[in-house]
Ligand binder design. Structure first.
Ligand code: PLP
Length: 404
């Protein structure tokens, strides 16, 4: 048995999966040679030695509370995104919450939100006791489907409901049909919150992602292309929005000698030390986005002749940072094979996001569907997408995919 072939149990695959049998033909030696490599993660943290060196220059007590680091970080983000006003925040989720507050979203309001997203896009709607209405995706980039969005708005208008905001996500870092979503927002007078959490360094029609919405939001979580360990940003061309967000993020402290509070505030400011890490990381953005694009091309070449697997790409006007790559399978056999092989060879594997309208927390809210997000969830997988992926790791992935 010690030298026998390997069987892999993948808890979330059906027990009858054919691949369990198929794996019995993979010799143990073949697996152990590749298993010597480190586990290949979908979106590994990328904090480098030079970042640590940079931080070390600032290890003095005063830097732990010097918000000038935040302001410097903010002006660098403003330069990249082309938004003049920026607030650095404790997380992308906090920035989204502030965006809703600044736009005046309140109890009972309706907010339109993409269904195919990470839950953080939707949760701030419930923080404000507003009602989300979920919109399905278009198939090319899995961004919000503008046709469904317009249909939802028209039906809501007929019922006398004017949505308070649209939360539009650049899925996996790729802007979809931003022109059309912006046109709809303008036409119906609904402000747009651009959830660009994953899209720093991406472009749409040669304009940076995060430059379109009334307010845009980024995440610097540990798995993002640029990380502050945990952090976010809120950006706008409207100075008043960002000033209000800054006020709310600092416990809504009035400008008085004593502690005076007339409004409910939050502790949502970014810690200055995190801002220092952000300053160290931002100059690497272009290089990382290029490496991720190169990795996308690698996957494109690997999958181009496999008819039953579709790699999610860009729209004709977008240039993605390819924060994360994703594939959708035509059938469960190949899907199960890929999951089992990845598990066996030490490659992290996860289904694409379960859409919000299918989540126990959100399924009772109104939704406009076309089947795209459900299909992507049921038959889609994230692929390892770190910009620091080594040649040996790529070879390992290529080897696995060629077994399919
Ligand atoms: C689309 C999307 N929106 C919002 C967030 C929330 O960002 P954070 O984790 O910084 O709170 C994330 C990521 O984590 C995200 O992927």
């Amino acid at each position: 048995m010690a030298n026998g072939p390997i069987s892999v149990q993948v808890a979330w695959l059906p027990k009858t999966s054919r691949i369990i049998q198929q794996l019995w033909v993979i010799p143990r030696e073949e697996l152990s040679s590749v298993q010597k490599l480190k586990k290949i993660l979908i979106s590994p943290p990328e904090i480098s030695y030079s970042d640590i060196q940079y931080i070390l220059n600032y290890i003095q007590p005063e830097n732990f509370f010097d918000f000038r680091h935040n302001h410097q970080f903010e002006s660098k983000i403003a330069g990249i995104v082309g938004m003049p006003y920026v607030l650095s925040a404790q997380s992308g989720t906090a920035a989204l919450h502030l965006a809703l507050k600044v736009l005046g979203v309140k109890t009972g309001d309706t907010v339109l939100c993409q269904s195919m997203t990470f839950v953080a896009s939707a949760n701030p709607i419930l923080y404000e006791r507003a009602n989300p209405v979920f919109i399905d995706s278009e198939p090319e980039t899995l961004n919000m489907d503008p046709e469904l969005l317009e249909k939802a708005i028209q039906e809501l208008f007929k019922k006398g409901i004017k949505p308070a905001a649209i939360i539009y996500v650049h899925t996996f870092g790729t802007p979809g049909n931003a022109d059309e979503v912006m046109r709809i927002g303008r036409q119906y007078g609904i402000p747009i919150i651009e959830d660009a959490a994953e899209a720093l360094g991406s472009y749409y029609d040669n304009t940076p992602a995060g430059n379109f919405g009334d307010i845009s939001v980024f995440s610097f979580n540990i798995n993002k292309i640029i990380s502050t360990g945990g952090g976010g940003a809120l950006c706008s061309k409207n100075k008043k929005y960002v000033e209000k967000a800054r006020f709310l993020a600092n416990q809504a402290k009035e400008q008085r000698q004593h502690y005076e509070h007339c409004e409910l505030g939050y502790n949502y400011q970014l810690n200055p030390f995190a801002a220092i890490l952000g300053k160290a990381q931002l100059p690497k953005l272009k290089h990382r986005a290029e490496k991720k694009r190169e990795l996308h091309r690698f996957y494109f070449d690997l999958f181009k002749n496999l008819k039953n697997i579709k790699l999610i790409g860009e729209s004709h006007k977008s240039r993605s940072n390819f924060w994360v790559n994703a594939v959708i399978f035509e059938n469960y056999d190949t899907y199960n094979s890929m999951v089992s092989l990845f598990e066996a060879f030490g490659v992290e594997v996860k289904p694409l996001w379960k859409p919000m309208h299918m989540q126990p927390l959100y399924k009772s809210y109104m939704h406009y569907l076309n089947g795209v997000s459900e299909n992507a969830y049921r038959l889609g997988l994230f692929l390892p997408s770190g910009s620091s992926m080594t040649k040996a790791q790529r070879d390992q992935i290529e080897y696995i995919i060629k077994k399919l």
